[in-house]
Design a binder for this molecule. Sequence first.
Ligand code: PLP
Length: 394
Amino acid sequence: MPLTHLECARCGRRHEAGEVLHLCVDCNSPLLARYDLQRAAREMRPGHLALREPTLWRYREVLPVDDPDARISLGEGMTPLLALPRLGESLGLHRVSVKEEGGNPTGSFKARGLSVAVSMAKALGATDVCLPSAGNAGSALAAYAARGGLRAHVFVPKDINPLFLMETAAFGAEVVTVDGLITDAGKVCAARAKEQGWYDCATLKEPYRLEGKKTLGYELAEQLGWRLPDAILYPTGGGTGLLGMWKAFEELEAMGFIPAGARPRLYAVQPEGCAPIVKAFTEGRDDAPMWEGATTLAHGLRVPKAIGDFMMLRALRASHGAGVTVSEAELIQGVKDAARHEGLFFSPEGGACVAALRKLKGSGHIAADDHVVVFDTGTGYKYFHNMEPAWNLA
Ligand SMILES: Cc1ncc(COP(=O)(O)O)c(C=O)c1O
């Protein structure tokens, strides 16, 4: 079994894998899955990967589920990395690409984390899984639970896009609407999970969603011939995508698949109406206090407080990246720019990255020759309800 143990991201305490564990028993911080990377490097030879299945499970040596029959898969991962030449040219950039995540099962990158987390929950004996969600994570949890024969319970802010409610309920999940934001939904979810003995899949409150998300970083490296771009722009809410990629780069370095010192600069993109990580980064803080009055139509980014704040801030600084905010009008314009120049209909979160790219080029953080990868974390086709009021269709 390549998974050797779990390690606390804050205090480093070692925990045994193989039992249900959510957070560090000492300091209540996120746990990170650790592997025998020497063994993984011997077995996962880059040249042979091309022959493997086109899903995230191609990286099985660095994923926690050993038994192929225990994997709950709907074909997630191996999404396209597309060049954006016309958008790049309009911004004065020679090499811009997008990791287009909208083609994943249920239409977002959330499929990655939940394929792995629900597989592990089932392998560890869970019958019920739950999480708080802004929409995409909830429908992904519900889909993987349905596929694996588990019961799902999803807690969402009551103002979310009703399409997500319909989709999540269609997969057979219990959907509970909560008056408030995702952090309020998280409190209700955690209380019910404790009371009922459910496996709580809330962001970074169990170690395995991050493992699914880290495959974004493995794919990027594989798709670029084991080189990495100069900069990554990532729409940041709870931060698992950003942190997952950083973990992937650390593992790839340790396995010798990429040279030391070749990691990209990470830029966390947040909307002006909810930017706790950008604010904390700018202020030089090690943690990000609760953002009061969070508001944005990019609901995946409406996360006023993230448990992995200290990890994100550490990764942004270690990568020599930064945080950047965009307005609602700018992120809608970003969706329009990607659509008009490239024929791709991004989520508002993806549009935020396009808007941020324009700003970072303007401020000199990104140079004309940098290879930049932006993330479109979900399909725009689910977001009519969110985007239409700001789109000015009339
Ligand atoms: C489309 C989309 N993008 C980005 C995010 C934020 O993701 P993360 O938790 O990885 O920061 C979410 C979260 O709900 C989302 O749905």
